[in-house]
Design a protein around this ligand. Sequence first.
Ligand code: FES
Ligand code: FES
Length: 214
Amino acid sequence: MSSSDGKPDTPDSGVSRRSFLKGTGLVISVPLVSGVTEVTVDGAQVKVYGPTKVPVTLSINGSAKSVSVQPRTTLLDLLRNDLDLTGAKRVCDRSTCGACTVHVDGKAAYACSILAIDAQGRKVTTVESLEQGGKLHPVQQAFVDNDAQQCGFCTPGFVMACKAFLDKTPNPTPQQIERGLGGNLCRCGTYVGVRAAVAQAASQVPQRGGRRNG
Ligand code: FES
Ligand code: FES
């Protein structure tokens, strides 16, 4: 048996593409906009994105940013390649090292593992937003004061992870600091400095509700 394009169906699949389409009730209808097609699956309308670029709008550092990207584009690639926000770094590209850490709705997240298209409707914050009016954020300053970087490649991700951690845990114990930063790796081994930076920043980061620690 062969399919309509003349190529044989996969011999051991047991299901031809034609029978799959029939069985699922999949019907492709008219494309709505470039890169977006609407299909009917079991009577329900479902949008299918790609493979060409689709328009997306994301909230980045408090501003709406609209670009066109392929649906497979990660948030990290969109930030670095389309918006020139290169603070978040690509190292492992698979949710292991934390070099790409940003905040999504106030929580630390690996930008390499979130599709840009899925980040729509959420508030994305990058390390570029921390410094204000030429003044480093207390977490950034604490990294400088405690010499918490060598090559610096992991540092932006650590800074964002530390800020999210301190927002949630304003008065951390040393054990909480160690555990709270477990999602970020430093190949230069600056962990002692990083932990000291977090301890310093804990006494300086403005707390929710306007309080300050210490
Ligand atoms: S680059 Fe994203 S976790 Fe390593
Ligand atoms: S300072 Fe080099 S990887 Fe962390």
